[in-house]
Every structure is written in structure tokens, then in C-alpha cells.
Design a protein around this ligand. Structure first.
Ligand code: SAM
Ligand code: ZN
Length: 404
């Protein structure tokens, strides 16, 4: 079987999860140390995204358990096919997976990989532009239960057709790797693409998740569809949002109501959520400085505790290469689910106060001892979510460092 396919470029067999696939031999496509091998290869393949794919499998499996019937899945930007093929091989109750790619070479390779794993009956590979493929499945009887939009760059071009191709209560997973706009390095591009203003604050990765979720909510609302964000994460160079869609104008109204702004004071680090902006500048209630803002973005939950628990259960049943890392991520996300939006980063506070950085656990403890909610965040290993005001956090850090 392995000898039957001639890719016409250097390849190798890689093993991931329960499948083995033929993928570009990345070392053959790096000519300079700065080359990004996955996009240099004739077919896109990034081994670092294994964690992203593992988590997708847990999320879709959790969703399948939740609705308790067979599900149909679609991955319209598939590359080697590794993700969609893993869905078919590893998600119990995955009835069929449709994968597509605009690149002919990718489609040939993905088709071969489906056959290599004996999954050609349940994995269909189509040579098609993602929006055309999804639009072809917008009719009620052709829609999917779950769609994974995993492009290189921004996913915004595919959101509308992905939402139209989902059944009521379907699950949409979206990757965004364009963190420069989303984290405020290129704010104009973010406003253009996501319809919201980013901020270069220390919690910009959470803002990125909220901007993407807000964009999904706004696109869905046009179709009288509401969303519920069940899980999200920020890892390495990308963010992911998992949103369950729910049909109905009232549901759409409720999700539009979940949009708003995060106001931020770059002077004292105060931040607060706001439902609306006014023409006049907003003064920081703690120090009186003029505040900046991010948004409109998603203000409601970006994790669902119950969904994280379902994913944790699925993770325990599997021997994924990233199991431990995922268990830690899920347990932190569970704690974060009901904690306040935004987090403080201890480096930023210490920098401001010209003090050494204290241990995260010590700061968490001192905040709790003073009656505040305080939990860590997966977004930053030295980040803390708390309902304590910015100046109180700084005072407590100061005190802690003084007695250390
Ligand atoms: C980041 S790669 C996908 C990686 C894959 N999801 C995985 O987990 O390995 C993005 C893929 O999208 C394909 N692509 C780009 N524009 C497309 C379009 N308009 N329609 C369909 N596929 C497209 C590229 O050829 C590339 O294979
Ligand atoms: Zn302030």
C-alpha cells in the first residue's frame, strides 16, 4: 500500500493518535533556518498541531456523548487529511467525515491516507474550495453535526458558510493563527477582519479568543442563530474556539447581548467589562486616567465547566501523546470557566512596581486570604484571574515581596 502512491516530493510515514499517514518530509523543505517548514512543503503539514488535533478529538467526542447519536463531521481545509482521518478513526459514533482542500496535491495525499488507514468508506475526500464545499451542504438535509475550520491564518472567510452548513445545536471548531492582528500588533487588520478592536494588553490572548468568539456570534446572528462557547484555548502560535450553535432569533438576540467591550487603563492596569461605549473618553475609576478599550467582543463564558468535565473523561480513556498536558489544560480551564474576564500577569505588575516576580501560588493564596476569588489561567503560566481591583492586587504583591 505504502509503495503505491507517488507524491512527487519527499514524504515519510508519521504516526499520530490511532492513524499513520504519509506526510511531507519537512526537513527536505527547509533551506534557511527562518523557513517555516509546514507551509514550504507542497502539502501543508504541521506536527506541532498534534495537540490541537488531540483536543479537537476530545471535544467532538464529548459533543457526540452529549447528543448521544452518530455524528457527521466536515473538515474543509484538510491538508494531508490527518485531522479528518483521525476523527473517523478515533471518535466513537463518527458516522462519516467529509474532508476537502483546494489543493489537488493535498486531496490526492488525503485520499491515499484515508485508504492507508482502511477508512475510505467513512472518509470522503473532495477537491473543492472550502466555501463552495460548505455551501453545498447548506440545505437542511445535507448539514453536518460538527465542522472543524483549521486554516493557516484567519478563519473569518469561512465562518458564514460553516455556520450555514451546521445543523441546529451543531458544534463549530475554529483555529486562528493570525495573532498579530488579534493581539493588537496590527489593530486595523483586526477591526477589518473580526469587526472588533484589539488591545496590546498583557491578556491579549484572551481578548483574541473573545474577538474571534464575538465575530462568530455576529456572523451567526445574521442567520438568526445564537452561540454558546463551550471551550477555547490559546496554545503556542494559535487560538481555538469551540462554539455550539443554536437556531432561533431569540437565541441570536441573547448572543448579541453577550457582546461588549473590555475597558483597560494602561496606567494602573484596571480593567472592566462594558456593554456600550460612549463618545466621551472613559475615566479609570481607580486612577482617573483615560481608558482604552477592546471590542466589540464576546463577554460571556469562553469555557463551559460541564463540557470541560466531559472532555476530561474522554482524555482519561485515551493514551494520547499529549494526555498530561491536556489534563492540566482542562483542569485549569474548568477553574477559569466561572472566574472573572481578563487576568493579571505577575511579570507586568512586578515590572510596574520594580519588584521581583513573586510565586503565582503565593499571590493566589494571599488574594484568597483577603476574601477574593483567585484562580490561575491557561493563557499565561504567571497569570491570575481575580475579582480584586488592580490597585489591591498591586498592594498585595508589594506586601508579599516585602516579607519574602
Ligand atoms: C493549515 S492547513 C490545514 C491543516 C490541517 N487542518 C491539519 O490539521 O493538518 C490549511 C489548508 O487549507 C488549504 N486551503 C487554503 N485555502 C483554501 C480554500 N479556499 N479552500 C479549501 N482549502 C484551502 C490549504 O491548501 C491547506 O492545505
Ligand atoms: Zn487607572
Amino acid at each position: 500500500m505504502e509503495g503505491e502512491f507517488k507524491a512527487g516530493f519527499p514524504t515519510e510515514i508519521v504516526q499520530e493518535g490511532k492513524v499513520k499517514v504519509l506526510a511531507p518530509k519537512l526537513s527536505a523543505f527547509v533551506t534557511q533556518p527562518t523557513d517555516y517548514a509546514p507551509s514550504k512543503a507542497p502539502v501543508f503539514y504541521n506536527p506541532v498541531m498534534e495537540l490541537n488535533r488531540d483536543i479537537a478529538i476530545l471535544a467532538f467526542q464529548a459533543y457526540q456523548r452529549m447528543i448521544n447519536r452518530e455524528i457527521t463531521l466536515c473538515e474543509p481545509l484538510a491538508g494531508t487529511g490527518i485531522r479528518g482521518i483521525r476523527f473517523a478513526a478515533e471518535i466513537q459514533g463518527a458516522k462519516s467525515v467529509l474532508i476537502g482542500d483546494v489543493s489537488e496535491r493535498a486531496v490526492e495525499l488525503a485520499g491515499y491516507n484515508a485508504r492507508l488507514n482502511g477508512l475510505q468508506e467513512r472518509v470522503t475526500v473532495q477537491h473543492e474550495d472550502a466555501n463552495r464545499l460548505l455551501s453545498d451542504h447548506a440545505a437542511p438535509h445535507r448539514r453536518f453535526d460538527a465542522i472543524d475550520v483549521d486554516p493557516f491564518g484567519s478563519p473569518v472567510l469561512y465562518l458564514d458558510s460553516a455556520i450555514r452548513a451546521l445543523r441546529d445545536n451543531g458544534l463549530l471548531a475554529v483555529t486562528a493563527t493570525d495573532l498579530a492582528p488579534l493581539c493588537g500588533v496590527h489593530p486595523k487588520a483586526c477591526v477589518r477582519k473580526y469587526g472588533g478592536k484589539p488591545l496590546r494588553a498583557e491578556y491579549c490572548h484572551e481578548l483574541a479568543v473573545r474577538l474571534l468568539a464575538g465575530c462568530i456570534a455576529a456572523v451567526a446572528a445574521k442567520h438568526d442563530i445564537g452561540i454558546r462557547v463551550v471551550f477555547s484555548h490559546s496554545t503556542d502560535h494559535y487560538i481555538r474556539v469551540y462554539a455550539q450553535i443554536v437556531y432561533g432569533a431569540k437565541k441570536a438576540d441573547a448572543s448579541v447581548k453577550s457582546l461588549g467591550y473590555i475597558l483597560h487603563c494602561f496606567n494602573c492596569l484596571h480593567r472592566e467589562a462594558a456593554k456600550a461605549l460612549f463618545a466621551k473618553s472613559v475615566e479609570c475609576p481607580e486612577c482617573g486616567s483615560k481608558m482604552d478599550y477592546a471590542g466589540p467582543l464576546w463577554l460571556k463564558n469562553i469555557f463551559d465547566k460541564g463540557f470541560c468535565e466531559l472532555m476530561t473523561k474522554e482524555n482519561m480513556h485515551r493514551a494520547l501523546r499529549n494526555s498530561l498536558k491536556i489534563a492540566k489544560l482542562l483542569s485549569t480551564a474548568k477553574e477559569e470557566a466561572e472566574a472573572p474576564a481578563t487576568y493579571y500577569v505577575l511579570d507586568k505588575i512586578s515590572d510596574k512596581l520594580a519588584l521581583p516576580v513573586p510565586a503565582v501560588n503565593a499571590v493566589l493564596q494571599v488574594l484568597r486570604d483577603n476574601g477574593f476569588t483567585a484562580v490561575p489561567t491557561h493563557f499565561n503560566s504567571r497569570g491570575i484571574r481575580t475579582d480584586a481591583p488592580a490597585l489591591v492586587v498591586q498592594k498585595l504583591v508589594q506586601r508579599l515581596v516585602a516579607i519574602a
